[in-house]
Design a binder for this molecule. Structure first.
Ligand SMILES: [Zn+2]
Length: 479
């Protein structure tokens, strides 16, 4: 059987919306050329369209049409494209290509590795993908473009979305930036989302029940009155959106998530941060604390010791179960008297003058050294990948190095967050009267952290047949 030389065509498409992004098409071209080269195919023609979308039937794609003509004329027998979306989103056109692959032996591969139309699986995948892509386009309009992703990867400000505190170009808007900073500080120091929303709106304090008593919620004094840009009132969810935004700590983001480079390093944005890393991380920790979420609704009971106190039999953390603490199979204890006892101990401890020793200092030196170590681990991954690519090490060894480095990265990132935790608690510990500050705090997470800082609490099962609370069944060990 004669060997038929493979003559490959490359099809590239770039959207007009992103003509500023010359890299987009360059990147596609590079990736596609590499595919052809690695398979030993000779490239006979590169077709490039600057069309708005592969979706619309009426949009003219002259190079696409020329490519179809050339294929019919037998000029090539292989086609490389960056992804199927770029080739076409018309199920009928795609069927033509699938047909060509099936019955005429056209080789069609995508540079992103998603489809190889030589195989049954690849063809089925392509058909499903075309149908899904079409449905998605009809629902949502234009999808995330590669240009958009590239902007984020380079740390450039997202297009068309202005965040409070920044101009569209990523310049600081001083008055807004001050307000943003105060919002982060207030939340990190224990203010609730509702209190912050009230302060921004300039309304009077909210009265709501705290545990058994009703108290007036303190508004964070430093948060200025600031109109929203949408004209709608401030509410906990708009503030959460702001607090979750990594742009404020100077990290590049896409779809609300921090962009990371190939080695997993967060990409720095090319704009000035408004809040320091430590404050941003502390805010994320508070937002993630499940105890804080249950605290949002005033009527809901708050659980001081769930996931904090330990079972005296097995040392597992106890869970809240209605108005009790429970360790399955070991104990079930009423919460109220236990919490009272723990709070009494903590207040007594806070009243002693040696508190300064307990202050959690932001250890800047350690934070800096963690950053260094993180970079080293990430460099290890990059080097291992390069070594693997140039066949200096095999796949298993590469995986081993990678998972080792990733485990270390996880440990370091956890330590960094732990170090940042000081912010919320220091508000209580550095107050003129820590006891008052602790009593007044409506921040369950900060109270729990203070307890955790001062003591270990172990619960024993209640003795049988006794109705009265026995303090000996609660073991509080100073730390
Ligand atoms: Zn237990």
């Amino acid at each position: 059987m004669p060997i038929v030389p493979v003559r490959a065509a490359i099809y590239l498409r770039v959207s007009l919306d992103h003509t500023g992004e010359g890299l987009a098409v360059e990147r596609q071209r590079e990736d596609c050329l590499q595919i052809a080269e690695s398979r030993g195919w000779s490239v006979v023609e590169i077709y490039t369209d600057n069309s708005v979308s592969a979706f619309s039937k009426v949009k003219i794609r002259p190079e696409y049409d020329r490519m179809v003509e050339d294929y019919r004329a037998g000029r090539f027998n292989a086609l490389v494209t960056w992804d199927l979306d770029r080739l076409t989103r018309q199920p009928r056109q795609l069927e033509d290509w699938i047909d060509a692959a099936e019955s005429q032996g056209l080789r069609l591969v995508t540079a992103n590795g998603e489809a190889d139309l030589q195989t049954d699986g690849g063809r089925m995948y392509a058909r499903i993908k075309a149908a899904v892509a079409r449905a998605e386009m009809e629902r949502k309009g234009a999808r995330q473009s590669r240009a958009h992703i590239q902007r984020a990867a380079k740390g450039r400000p997202p297009r068309g979305v202005r965040a409070t505190g920044y101009t569209l170009d990523g310049e600081i808007v001083p008055t807004e930036a001050d307000a943003v900073r105060e919002i982060f500080n207030a939340f990190a120091n224990g203010s609730s989302l509702r209190a912050i929303a009230a302060a921004l709106s300039g309304v009077t304090p909210v009265v709501r029940p705290i545990g058994d008593k009703t108290m007036v919620q303190d508004l964070p004094q430093s948060v200025p009155v600031l109109p929203t840009r949408s004209g709608r009132p401030w509410n906990p969810s708009t503030i959460t959106d702001m607090l979750r935004n990594p742009r404020y700590a100077g990290w590049s983001m896409l779809d609300g998530a921090i962009v990371r480079d190939a080695a997993g390093t967060p990409v720095r944005g090319q704009w000035d941060p408004i809040v320091p890393d430590g404050v941003w991380l502390e805010v994320q920790r508070r937002l993630d604390d499940p105890a804080r979420k249950s605290n949002r609704v005033g009527t809901e009971r708050r659980h001081l010791g769930s996931g904090l106190y330990m079972c005296g039999i097995c040392n597992a953390l106890v869970r809240a179960h209605n108005d009790r603490y429970r360790c399955a199979g070991h104990l079930m204890r009423s919460r109220a008297q236990i919490d009272d006892m723990v709070l009494k101990y903590v207040r007594g401890r806070l009243a002693k003058p040696d508190l300064a020793d307990l202050l959690v200092q932001q250890d800047d030196e350690r934070i800096a050294s963690i950053a260094d170590q993180l970079q080293k681990e990430r460099d290890r991954i990059v080097r291992a990948r390069a070594d693997y690519k140039s066949e200096l090490i095999d796949g298993n060894f590469y995986k081993e190095i990678r998972s080792e480095a990733e485990a270390e990265i996880g440990r370091l990132e956890a330590e960094r967050i732990d170090l940042a935790v000081g912010t919320a608690v220091s508000a209580i510990l550095t107050a003129p009267s820590p006891v008052d500050a602790f009593n007044k705090s409506d921040d369950l997470a900060a109270r729990r952290t203070v307890i955790n800082l001062l003591c270990e609490v172990r619960l024993l099962p209640a003795p049988r047949g006794r109705k009265a609370f026995d303090p000996r069944t609660v073991r509080i060990k100073p730390k």
